[in-house]
Design a protein around this ligand. Sequence first.
Ligand SMILES: [Zn+2]
Length: 134
Amino acid sequence: MAEYILTAEDYYNGLRENKLMGLKCKSCGAVTCPPMKVCDTCGSEDLEVVQLSGKGTLRTFTVSRVPPEGFEAPYCPCIVETDEGPWVPGRLNVDADAATQDLIGKRVTATHYVLPADKYSAGEMVSALWSLEE
Ligand SMILES: [Zn+2]
């Protein structure tokens, strides 16, 4: 039975220090992020914890103007293809009112943001915040 060598808590604690943590497969070399019990590519349980570069390419985003309860709009949920391979969701750190599709394909770097606890969560949540590279 596989065990989590990188738990969700480990992952979020890494993000709080602006470290994007993942798992590298010793069988196929692929990187899995966010963490899972097995390699996202080949299913192997033979994994090691690695720190990703925190850099990648913006693949898609949208502007959310009608937020879930407790969120402030507008904001930009996005998906980034990291340089190590995994596609990692988060929030895009741009002016949502000025964002256009021209941003897709731009280079981005991860830090993090914190969402306060609400009545649906067990506590505050941490997620990747992707900012455009200078
Ligand atoms: Zn693998």
